[in-house]
Design a protein around this ligand. Structure first.
Ligand code: OGA
Ligand code: MN
Length: 210
């Protein structure tokens, strides 16, 4: 495996840190080179074809429920050591974690992420990424894996910014959106084609038993 080309003091990572400090979110349209995005997309599609993606649940712990009226995506959590391309992404996100800790003093200790596939028509209603009973999720990071996505395909990430401003992001392959998990209400609009992403959360350590 080649070394990750992006160290934790890379300007791309520092500009994400700056954006988070100034406005609480960041959009990087060319975060990953196309070859890496294509490889991650192929890995996601392979897992979907093998039936490894399962309907996502809402909530956590014993209160988890599958509710397609709230979110209709299918997911699989990444584990280290399954695929070289995923390990490269995890290494890159670890450098982003270090950059955020250095610049924002967030004390982030972990990153968890899952592939997500939204079938045509699926959506995720407006929500925040922090659970009511668990405030460990500090920063959300969504990487899009879609080839040749056009605005008319739908599937935008709609963020509800301050002062009632709505901001939509097209889920174009290679684009990364990062935001403060507890402060950014957002939703996924339905698309008329399959929509792939790799969605993750940086967490600080909690003192919970599970
Ligand atoms: C999520 C989410 C956004 C997206 O999985 O919590 O909000 O654009 N995803 O896929
Ligand atoms: Mn979310």
């Amino acid at each position: 495996m080649r070394a990750m080309p992006i160290p934790s003091d890379h300007p791309l990572l520092l500009s994400i840190v700056d954006d988070l400090a100034v406005q609480g979110w960041s959009q990087q349209n060319i975060f990953l080179p196309e070859a890496l995005t294509l490889e991650l997309a192929a890995e996601c599609r392979k897992r979907a074809a093998e039936g490894e993606l399962a309907p996502a649940a809402v909530g956590r712990g014993p209160a988890q429920e599958i509710r397609e009226g709230i979110r209709g995506d299918h997911i699989q959590w990444l584990e280290a050591g399954q695929a070289a391309i995923c390990d490269r992404y995890l290494a890159l996100m670890d450098n982003l974690r270090l950059a955020m800790n250095r610049g924002l003093f967030l004390g982030l200790e972990e990153f968890e992420c899952h592939f997500a596939m939204y079938p045509p028509g699926a959506f995720y209603l407006k929500h925040v990424d922090r659970f009511r009973d668990d405030d460990r999720r500090m920063v959300s990071a969504v990487l899009y894996l879609n080839d040749a996505w056009l605005p008319e395909h739908g599937g935008q990430l709609r963020m509800y910014l301050k002062n009632a401003v709505e901001y939509d992001v097209d889920p174009v392959g290679g684009c990364l959106v990062v935001f403060l998990s507890g402060e950014m209400p957002h939703e996924v609009l339905p698309a008329n084609r399959e929509r792939l992403s790799l969605t993750g959360w940086f967490r600080r350590r909690g003192n919970e038993p599970f």
